[in-house]
Design a protein around this ligand. Structure first.
Ligand SMILES: O=C(O)CCC(=O)C(=O)O
Length: 257
């Protein structure tokens, strides 16, 4: 199973429309992959709070339509990262969108843990309240977004729901790059699952992004890691490795709590 992670540069000098078109082209270039992943809030930037309201869209908005077409043209499962969603209740959410190869919106996930403590996303957006798994033909994905990475109980919940690989779009800051890599590997090791963690490149709203998208296997080995700039990681996964790791080193079976 081949996965492509698109670590797109969120440059405030580029319009959202231009970046949306560029993201579509990058997805189309991944024809031949089974799964393509984009990062968190790549239309606006995860820290460009003042744009969230202006760029918010419904689940059939301009980003969703562009990504649906790109998934269909490329014939891939597309985790299109997240968008600022304007919910039916009028509340903003940080919502990830997953499209099937025929372009249908198959799943969406509203970020559960909002970042910013008493400002930013934590006050501007509502929290999701639903775990989401995505059964692909080869692997079942569990969805999480950026700050969610710090909350291991979310990942245990996803494992209990059948997840064998976690897809984690992010806009992780360079200042805490060491946490990103460490936590991605920890979630893989403790859950004996693949981790596909896709960040953004560049600097927006004064926040330098770490980039360093990473793919980790169920044994905790880093299969591929990006640098700081715009880059596409293409990685071959071995879906059987999840069951093999869980059978030969059955730590998950020894859970008590
Ligand atoms: O947890 C962190 O250090 C970064 C989280 C973050 O930037 C986000 O969730 O948008």
């Amino acid at each position: 199973m081949r996965a492509s992670l698109i670590q797109i540069d969120v440059d405030p000098g580029e319009s959202v429309n231009s970046r949306r078109e560029r993201a579509g082209s990058l997805v189309r270039e991944q024809r031949g992959s089974d799964l393509v992943v984009l990062p968190e809030l790549w239309t606006t930037g995860a820290f460009a709070y003042e744009l969230f309201g202006d760029e918010a869209e419904k689940l059939d908005g301009p980003t969703a339509r562009a990504m649906s077409e790109a998934a269909r043209d490329a014939g891939v499962w597309l985790h299109a990262g997240s968008v600022p969603e304007r919910g039916e209740d009028g509340v903003l959410y940080n919502t990830s969108l997953v499209f099937s190869p025929d372009g249908a919106l198959a799943h969406s996930y509203r970020k559960i843990h909002r970042f910013g403590f008493d400002k930013g996303e934590a006050v501007l957006m509502g929290a999701g309240d639903r775990l989401v798994t995505v059964p692909l033909p080869e692997l079942t994905l569990g969805l999480a977004t950026c700050y969610d990475l710090r909350f291991p109980e979310l990942f245990r919940g996803l494992v209990d729901a059948g997840a064998q690989a976690f897809v984690i779009p992010a806009g992780w800051p360079e200042r805490r790059r060491a946490h990103w890599t460490l936590l991605a590997r920890a979630r893989a090791v403790e859950n004996q699952a693949y981790v596909l963690a896709c960040g953004t490149a560049g600097t927006h709203a004064g926040v330098e992004q770490a980039g360093r998208s990473v793919v980790v296997d169920p044994w905790g080995e880093v299969l591929a890691e990006a640098g700081a700039g715009e880059e596409v990681l293409v990685v071959d996964l071995a879906p059987g490795k999840v069951a093999e790791t869980r059978a030969t080193f059955p730590a998950l079976r020894d859970r008590v709590l």
